[in-house]
Design a binder for this molecule. Structure first.
Ligand code: SAH
Length: 213
């Protein structure tokens, strides 16, 4: 995406930005005043978490985005559109996610239109690789879920495979969300609007972690 010049100056001043997320590990629900915690990894320009936070006022949402320009746009939206403290932003690479949240602290992880990293040697960077399932397993509560949407069928098929390798269980999945029984109540992301307008079917899976001991 094109560089957004004001993002560098704006981000450090943003109300919604949590600068040292590892200091909040284990404390997020208290910080946000909620009993439930959802996180979105790779929020882009941020519409999905904002719309969700407006719909679900009793749930804490943390949007994570590594790209400074996208995070800057999201941060500005969050600061202007909601004075609620139940929507926060982390601007960093999610590979450190295990340091930011305590064990079993998170209820739901949302992955929307994650980068495909099509080369085999980059498979570990995919947010649905078995390396990431291990990170998610640690921070998710036993009843937790990961919800993943994409229009990229090869990435979706890879993810279905990795779910099995990692010992996770499929709760449900569809290769065409918008024409499925799960369409109702679906909140669209920026990419989802763009790609579904081009006629691409949207795949979605809901995954449960392995049974905890
Ligand atoms: N979820 C948005 C944007 C999808 S593009 C939408 O559906 O419209 C994928 C986004 O994920 C990009 O903005 C990219 O910078 C971000 N991203 C990819 N890998 C990431 C990682 N490891 N940590 C944080 N953000 C990541």
């Amino acid at each position: 995406m094109r560089k957004v010049k004001w993002a560098t100056d704006y981000l450090p001043t943003a109300n919604c930005l949590v600068k040292e997320p590892s200091k909040q590990a284990g404390n997020w629900k208290k910080l946000m005043g909620t009993d439930t915690l959802h996180i979105e990894i790779g929020c882009g320009k941020g519409n999905y978490s904002l719309d969700m936070a407006k719909m679900y006022k009793d749930t804490g949402f943390i949007a994570i985005e590594k790209n400074e320009s996208a995070a800057g746009i999201a941060a500005k939206k969050y600061d202007e559109d909601t004075d609620d403290k139940h929507l926060k932003l982390i601007q960093d690479d999610a590979s450190s996610i295990g340091e930011w949240f305590g064990p079993r602290e998170v209820d739901v992880i949302h992955l929307n239109f994650s980068d495909p990293w099509p080369k085999d040697r980059h498979a570990k960077r995919r947010l649905t690789s078995k390396e990431y399932w291990a990170r998610y397993d640690r921070i998710l509560c036993p009843e937790g879920r990961v919800i993943f949407k994409t229009d990229n069928r090869p990435l979706f098929d890879f993810s279905l495979e990795q779910v099995e390798v990692a010992g996770w269980q499929l709760d449900n999945y569809t290769f065409d969300l918008h024409h499925s029984e799960y369409a109702e109540g679906n909140v669209m992301t920026e990419y989802e609007e763009k790609f579904s307008a081009m006629g691409n079917p949207i795949c979605r899976m809901v995954i449960k972690p392995p049974k905890k001991k």
